[in-house]
Design a protein. Structure first.
Length: 437
């Protein structure tokens, strides 16, 4: 399976179009899904199209040749690999399921969810990068240089599962607006940094503190200079041991698109609380009210509603811990399996603030379930590896379904149980198709 994907990447490598900086200073190929393209690239384009483009100079304002506009993967980000791009403005890209099979998601495979325009790489100067801690419930507002932060506080490394609140929105019925993520807006790897708790406590937390909020160095698409997103968490989550201000992921600088040089790493909650390109944390005496804290953003009905029902904004509550969930990461859907051999399966499971206590698989659409072998998490808030082996009674078409149960006894539903207008928190069972031959 891996081999096939590698083939696609080899094709990319041979692509004569080199990575470039676009008008926003983002490192991208000059090709984008919307078809914007620099005139100078038309020369390179011709070699991809396989012919010269006679009227290239008449092609309107950077339109992409239709042949390429219909390509599946005409867009890529330097340093990233194995991602499927949903959008380019802002960039949203999810990890292909085979790359979630690694024990920890590799930096190049970690998904990208941007709400705005990242700070230009050329403007990121490590010696000048500052983190400001302030807010009405902060006793001693302080500015830290990156070096100071690294010197003054103890370093910790935790594997944390970061999952976009809208992961699996593609499967939500009736459909809801927003990025139509399949399974890959999730990843788990080892983040290194200092505890947010240590930093906030050194600045003094007033008794009336209830929430923190973050600000990043990215800007909104509208160009009004505002931040596109500024979310936060209640104090108990902010002060959790595993909540980090991180500068490393898997032993390397955090990839540019994942928040280089500094970000919040917070596991178990919608990853929208994990601010990237972090420049400021505010300690609030009320629930943080930055962009994407209100309205329909990352909020779900406080009490259950019927699928498709309109919900009054006053009846919406902030989505906190994500629900129990699992993935089959091997084999890939569509595999052919021999009848006389057991089929080995493996995957990952996670459960928001909780841990996963049991894992089951089914080959008969949930009529019967077989227990899988489940490992303990490497630390609190890290995903857990599982494996199982199944034998099929006859040749034919089967589906393998996977179902995790959290430490409080809640299991994944077969279809999204709690439909919500934002299509968040879809933890319905993952399934793969198997052809037994
Ligand atoms: N500054 C900033 N932080 C951000 C975002 C953003 O657009 N800007 N997106 C958030 C959302 S919605 C998610 S799901 C995660 C995605 O992190 P990743 O891009 O590293 O996968 O970052 C969060 N932090
Ligand atoms: Mo997200």
């Amino acid at each position: 399976m891996k081999k096939k994907t590698k083939g696609i990447h080899e094709a990319y490598a041979k692509d004569p179009i080199k990575a470039d900086l676009d008008i926003f200073g983002r490192e991208v190929d000059p090709l984008t899904r919307r078809g914007f393209l620099k005139k100078s690239s038309l020369i390179a384009m011709a070699s991809v199209v396989g012919a010269s483009i006679p009227f290239a100079d008449k092609m309107p304002g950077g339109l992409m040749p239709a042949l390429l506009a219909n390509e599946l993967h005409p867009f890529s980000v330097k340093g990233k690999d194995g991602l499927v791009y949903l959008n380019d403005k802002p960039i949203n890209a999810e990890t292909l399921p085979q790359f979630l099979d690694d024990p920890f998601t590799k930096p190049e495979h970690f998904f990208i969810r941007n709400n705005g325009i990242p700070p230009a790489m050329k403007d990121i100067d490590l010696s000048k990068w500052e983190l400001r801690i302030e807010g009405e419930s902060c006793e001693r507002p302080t500015t830290f240089k990156l070096d100071e932060l690294k010197k003054r506080f103890k370093h910790y490394t935790y594997a944390l599962t970061l999952e976009c609140g809208g992961n699996n929105r593609f499967d939500v019925v009736p459909a809801t607006r927003g990025n139509q993520w399949h399974v890959g807006a999730v990843g788990c790897g080892r983040w290194t940094g200092v505890r947010l708790k240590d930093v906030l406590e050194s600045c003094g937390i007033k008794k009336d503190a209830v929430y923190i909020g973050y600000y990043g160095a990215d800007t909104s698409l509208s160009g009004n200079g505002e931040v596109p997103i500024s979310r936060g968490v209640p104090m108990h989550k902010a002060l959790e041991d595993e909540t980090l201000i991180a500068w490393q992921y898997e032993g390397q600088d955090i990839p540019y698109m994942n928040g280089y040089p500094l970000r919040l790493a917070i596991g178990g909650w919608p990853a929208s609380v994990a601010g990237k390109w972090l420049v400021r944390v505010v300690v609030r005496n009320k629930v943080h009210d930055g962009p994407k804290m209100g309205g329909g953003s990352y909020r779900i009905p406080c009490t259950p509603v019927a699928p498709g029902e309109k919900v009054d904004p006053n009846d919406m509550c902030i989505l906190e811990s994500m629900a129990v969930k699992s993935l089959i990461t091997f084999p890939l859907s569509g595999v052919h399996a021999p009848l006389d051999k057991a089929l080995a399966l493996r995957g990952k499971a996670w459960a928001g603030d909780l841990s996963v206590s049991q894992m089951h698989v089914s080959i008969d659409y949930g009529a019967t379930w077989h227990k899988a072998k489940l490992k303990k998490p490497i630390n609190h808030l890290a995903w857990q590896e599982w494996e199982a082996s199944v034998k099929f009674p006859t040749k034919g078409y089967y589906e393998v379904w996977a179902r995790a149960t959290d430490s409080k006894g809640k299991s994944q539903p077969m279809v999204l149980g709690a439909w919500n207008p934002g299509g968040y928190n879809n933890n319905s069972c993952h399934r793969i198709a198997v052809r037994v031959v």
